[in-house]
Design a protein around this ligand. Structure first.
Ligand code: FAD
Length: 563
């Protein structure tokens, strides 16, 4: 059996390796346009930030062997042709026409099964000057190595990143230092617009600003300017010229489907290759997987395009199984995505709030913050969770997390609940582990579900940070009651609103200091004391609510109000 695999980064090598285990006799050839195959592109920002010391580390197996052509040939018996481009597929003759990019030779490879693992192609925004030197994308090892060399040679004092999506932010974190000023330009009014709801994205934005990133939102990059040597030396944004030494374009990619399209295979509504659950295209002898194919969303059942290495690798295994004669299907995805930047662990799974509403769900959300470990354990951090669920039934539709604490453990539990069509009640009933280093006695995730249920049952009014901001903008008659301890208030005062400060322990004696005729909104650090305070004040005042997530979420909005 002859198997040709086009694309050698994540999906392709995964298909090849699994197939080799299942079919020792199969003749497997992987071809790639690039000179390096099978590397962890997800680790490129870590390399830029010096957390991965050498670029070769991204090419190694866990046993320390570099996955180069010799490794694939010698250890796996897989032929890998680098700098070899697939030009066309002849489906009738089951041949792929290929060309050596080094020597220019053109020849044909026969196949019994063909696998398309062509990934994405870079999107180049129409900005004049992108051809200048020191303008990069962060997709390939050589570009990352060049960027790090420039920084090490102290040739870069100012870097401009275009695009505040996941990769732009990871790279901003990697480069940002007292010696290197990072300017992050985003055309949207907020960061991470495709990934997170505004309230959670704002937490990341706030952290970046506090770390000194020059964040330019609603920013139109008009052109790049170059010096007499052809190196980029300036960027013009919103008619302002800013000197810069390095530009990184991180505006995303599009599925690479040219070969598939020309071969007459169906391209789906998302622009990626359409496959069935066995990862077959509409030619049963041609499989496709990874960043070039579309998937099905777990919650909606609709087609979606979410390019991720986790999906790519799992699809690679399914393809290999099917070629080897083991029936295998790839399920729907929840688009579960995680990243770490500016010490925050951030992620999402399922639908965002706006997306769920657009799809016609009647949605109730809650935001709550708690600790990832017992407060008396030496290492603990806050985690903010947003739950998005169907109001009437409590069916989980999506979730987003952010915090310096262990947020991703909770995200993965939520992704599991989502997968099994679970509800808020199911989360409340989860038998999660507890010991002080790992959780609080009621895990922050269960606390989040309890908060959602309280909100659904109307135990007490809750106000989201954005609702509070709108109330303040409308100049509503509000009294914010800060129930934290004096030192907490001093260290992190409520910005952008007038407050009455009464620590929770004194509230029962001093509540009469609060004006009777206003809408009382209690605030604390994480939301828990604010909730307690609101429950008490409900019996004393006509309208009382508490700020969801407390200062942990409101702090991010302070500067928006022009503090
Ligand atoms: C900086 C960065 C960070 C990331 N972080 C994460 C993360 O944390 N988590 C996560 O899940 N995902 C992450 N991703 C996404 C992840 O890297 C991709 O989902 C994954 O690489 C997809 O693998 P693939 O093999 O399908 O496609 P690709 O990695 O795009 O590889 C496709 C290969 O096919 C080759 N090719 C295309 N056409 C031809 C042709 N005609 N002939 C020959 N060769 C061809 C290309 O040259 C390329 O080498 C990140 C990506 C980047 C760039």
């Amino acid at each position: 059996m002859k198997v040709v695999i086009i694309g050698g980064v994540a999906t392709g090598p995964k298909v090849a390796a699994r197939l080799r285990r299942l079919s020792p006799e199969a003749d497997i050839t992987v071809i790639d346009k690039g000179s390096i195959v099978s590397y962890g592109s997800c680790g490129l920002p870590l390399f830029l930030g010096n957390l991965v010391p050498k670029i070769e580390d991204l090419r190694k197996t866990s046993a320390g062997l570099v996955r180069d052509t010799q490794y694939f040939d010698g250890t796996k018996g897989i032929k890998v042709l680098t700098q070899t481009e697939a030009l066309a597929i002849d489906r009738a003759k089951k041949k792929v026409k290929v060309r050596s990019l080094e020597k220019g030779e053109v020849w044909e490879l026969d196949y019994d099964y063909l696998v398309l693992a062509t990934g994405t192609k870079e999107v180049k925004p129409p900005i004049p000057g992108l051809e200048a030197q020191n303008v990069f994308t962060v997709r390939h090892l050589d570009a990352a190595a060049q960027i790090r060399d420039l920084i090490r040679e102290k040739k870069v004092k100012h870097a401009t990143i275009i695009g505040a999506g996941l990769i732009g932010i990871e790279v901003a974190d990697a480069l940002n230092s007292p010696r290197l000023k990072v300017m992050l330009c985003e055309s949207q009014p907020r960061v991470l617009a495709k990934l997170l709801d505004p309230d959670i994205a704002l937490l990341v934005e706030d952290k970046m600003l506090k770390r000194g990133v020059d964040l330019r939102l609603n920013c139109r990059v008009q052109k790049l300017e170059k010096d007499e040597e052809g190196k980029v030396c300036g960027v013009v944004i919103n008619d302002e010229k800013i000197a810069t030494d390095l530009v990184i374009v991180a505006v995303g990619g599009q599925p690479e489907v040219a070969l598939a399209r020309e071969a007459g295979l169906t391209i789906g509504e998302t622009g990626a290759i359409q496959v069935n659950q066995r990862m077959q295209t509409d030619d049963p002898f041609i499989y496709a997987g990874g960043d070039c194919v579309e998937q099905i969303n777990t919650v909606t059942g609709h087609k979606t395009f979410v390019p991720l290495a986790s999906t790519a690798n799992k699809q690679g295994r399914v393809i290999a199984d099917n070629i080897a004669g083991i029936p295998s299907e790839f399920p729907a995805i929840s688009a579960t995505t995680a990243f770490q930047a500016f010490d925050l662990n951030v992620g999402r799974t399922g639908l965002g709030e706006a997306q769920a509403k657009e799809l016609g769900f009647e949605v109730l959300t809650s935001i709550s913050t708690g600790l990832d470990a017992a407060h008396f354990y030496p290492v603990h951090g806050a985690v903010t969770l947003k739950l998005i669920a169907e109001k009437a039934t409590g069916r989980l539709l999506g979730a987003q997390v952010c915090g310096i604490g262990e947020a991703i453990k909770r995200l993965d539990v939520l992704a599991t609940v989502l997968k099994f069509k679970g509800t808020i009640k199911d989360i409340q009933g989860l038998d999660l582990s507890y010991a002080p280093p790992f959780a609080t006695a009621i895990d922050v995730l269960i606390h989040a579900a309890n908060t959602w249920e309280n909100k659904q049952k109307g135990v007490v009014e809750t106000i989201t940070p954005f609702e509070l901001m709108e109330m303040l903008n409308r100049k509503e008659n509000i009294t914010l009651v800060d129930v934290r301890e004096p030192e907490e208030t001093k260290a992190n005062p409520v910005q952008g609103a007038n407050t009455v400060v009464i620590p929770l322990g004194e509230l029962r004696k001093r509540y009469e200091e609060i004006p009777q005729d206003s809408h009382v909104i209690t605030v604390c650090e994480l939301g828990i004391r604010g909730y307690d305070a609101a429950c008490f004040l409900q019996s004393k005042f006509p309208r009382v609510g508490f700020l969801e997530g407390g200062m942990s979420t409101w702090g991010a909005l302070g500067y928006k109000l022009g503090k």
